[in-house]
Design a protein around this ligand. Structure first.
Ligand code: ADP
Ligand code: 5GP
Length: 290
């Protein structure tokens, strides 16, 4: 065991003053968090420059947030995989990002937008609903990146950002996706920066993504509203896929096979909406944000 350094009386007094100052500074920062003057983001920023704040326990910081008590702080840390004794300085890059997302704060006079995640089996009508919602102006609709080849009617940077496998892998490595998943042999991902910027600017945001992606978003952003779009009947789902005419019979069979598993996930969503009439679905989704 390493022996503690032997300090002179003067050094001990200096160390004591330093410790008292650090404690006072932590109390001051926590009071500002409590009053709403400082956001979690601000404190994480301060911690990158100030040792006394970097040494604060994450749990203490979270408990200072109005409305987050002891129990919620611990539950949140468990969900984000942060050990209960972790100090701010010990947080990993992903843990920092998740905390920032959890407490995303906008400028004082802007109410943050709501994040709606629309999922459901292929062919149920998600893109149709998403483009109608975009047209209403009530939502900013995220454009995903994909490794899938464009369909004849699709336009790059409008329907998707069509990118190569290598570019997709690079974006995963650089942590550029809010979520990503593989579906029917292709990869799809939501670029995180535009989504976060739109929410901070007070826009409601719509993600139209498959089921595993929706699960990932909910795990990181608990206030996201996940919506499962259901077909009125199985026969209608098959008819819509055939009617769309964009997939070969083999591809369609593969998508229908996947759709059976997808339909079983409806109970894991916050809301289930039946897509009988597009206009009715659009109204229901707008109502969810008010
Ligand atoms: P997804 O994006 O879920 O794969 P699409 O939006 O491409 O599905 O819709 C599949 C097909 O179903 C399209 O041809 C679309 O026009 C049609 N469709 C969508 N919603 C409805 C609806 N409520 N009633 C009838 N047809 C619909
Ligand atoms: P499609 O190839 O028919 O355009 O899309 C196939 C599936 O991928 C659909 O269920 C669609 O919602 C989903 N999808 C589109 N973009 C994303 C995304 O960014 N992330 C995830 N997880 N799924 C996506």
């Amino acid at each position: 065991m390493v022996n503690p350094p032997i300090l002179s009386a003067e050094q001990r007094a200096t160390a004591l003053v330093k410790a008292l100052e650090a404690r006072k500074r932590r109390a001051d920062v926590k009071a500002k968090v409590r009053s709403g003057e400082f956001s979690i983001d601000t404190v994480l920023e301060i911690a990158s420059n100030e040792e006394s704040i970097a040494k604060m326990r994450v749990r203490e910081l979270l408990e200072a947030v109005s409305g987050v008590g002891n129990v919620r702080a611990l539950a949140l840390m468990e969900r984000l995989n942060i050990s209960p004794t972790r100090r701010i300085a010990g947080l990993g890059r992903h843990q920092m990002r998740d905390l920032r997302r959890e407490f995303m704060k906008t400028a004082r006079d802007i109410t943050p937008g709501k994040l709606l995640v629309l999922s459901g089996p292929g062919g149920v009508g998600k893109s149709t609903v998403a483009s109608r919602l975009r047209a209403t102006g009530d939502f900013w609709v995220s454009i995903s990146a994909t490794t899938r080849a464009p369909r004849s009617n699709e336009i790059d940077a409008v329907d998707y950002f069509f990118i190569t496998e290598d570019e997709f892998s690079r974006r995963i490595r650089d942590d550029e996706f809010l979520e990503w998943a593989e579906f029917a042999g292709n990869r799809y991902g939501t670029p995180s920066v535009p989504v976060e910027e739109a929410l901070l600017a007070g826009r409601n945001v719509l993600l139209e993504i498959e089921i595993d992606g929706a699960r990932q978003v909910k795990a990181h952003m608990s206030n996201a509203i996940t919506v499962f779009l259901e077909p009125p009947t199985w026969e209608e789902l098959v008819a819509r896929l055939v009617g769309r005419g964009t997939d070969s019979p083999e591809r369609r069979a593969e998508r229908l096979q996947l759709a059976q598993d997808e339909l079983a996930s409806a109970p894991n969503f916050d809301v289930v909406v039946v897509n009988d009439q597009v206009e009715r679905v659009v109204e229901q989704l707008i109502a969810l944000t008010s």
